[in-house]
Ligand binder design. Sequence first.
Ligand code: GDP
Ligand code: K
Ligand code: MG
Length: 300
Amino acid sequence: IPTAPAGFRSGFVGIVGRPNVGKSTLMNYLVGQKIAITSPVAQTTRNRLRGILTTPTAQIIFVDTPGIHKPHHELGRVLVQNAQVAIASVDATLLVVDGTGAAGRGDRFIVELLTRVQTPVILGINKIDQQGEAAAEINQSYQEIATAHQWPLHQFSALTGSGMDSLQTLLVDHLEAGPYYYPPDLVTDQPERFIMGELIREQILEHTREEVPHSVAISIDRVEEEETITRVLATVHVERSSQKGILIGKGGSMMKTIGTAARQQIQKLIAGKVYLELFVKVQPKWRQSRTRLADLGYRV
Ligand code: GDP
Ligand code: K
Ligand code: MG
């Protein structure tokens, strides 16, 4: 890692907010690469992921977190705990809210968590590309929260990129002088294998409905780099045999759709040809078991 030039700023910025407000989309945009999967399904993000943005004058390490909400099962509790740990260990926090609706109970629950935080908090209104007639009223509800806590307020769209340059500047302004924590060309702390598993899970979220998405976990069992192709063997763990049936589909059609789309995403990630083989395995109640969660790579 090189020595940082004079005046260099760096630090960790936690991205927190309700599920689906666009935290992962925001981090991907800022680091310039898809390292966190995104989808309209709540609880898409399960692990604390770091995304690294390095400019000539600063390095921001974003900590993407699962959305904060009231937990219903062991996986939910682990997710909220991870978010709380993330908040406690960063240099600044970006609270992201969904600008297509006014501040609600979910946002206020997180605001409460953040009032006890000693480090700077920035309130970010996302999805301004989709604000309609009610924009002024919606923004006012967030302005009141920002004013009450003396938090700077910023509006942007993680989808179109509008307002993102000034958001980056604002975040850097809230960091102190510091070193390179990571090599300048690194965009995430996650191993490639983990992102491969996530890209598979993203396609399952995309192509299946209701109870299946929340019941899957992926393990990457083998990655073999051959001369012209990389072979990836992965297992999709589900909780019930009915879910296995849905995932496989008529004559294997669903597995084929998911596998083809995931393979294309993994090819982008590694910039090379990929052969992907997917297995589906029933593992009853994996979400209830801390041991199994740990086996599947979740921090418990
Ligand atoms: P997270 O759960 O907070 O990480 O949210 P995601 O990043 O997974 O995004 C949830 C959904 O909101 C996805 O369908 C995104 O495409 C969408 N989304 C994220 N940012 C924006 C935005 O700025 N504008 C619009 N219109 N949609 C967005
Ligand atoms: K999501
Ligand atoms: Mg997310």
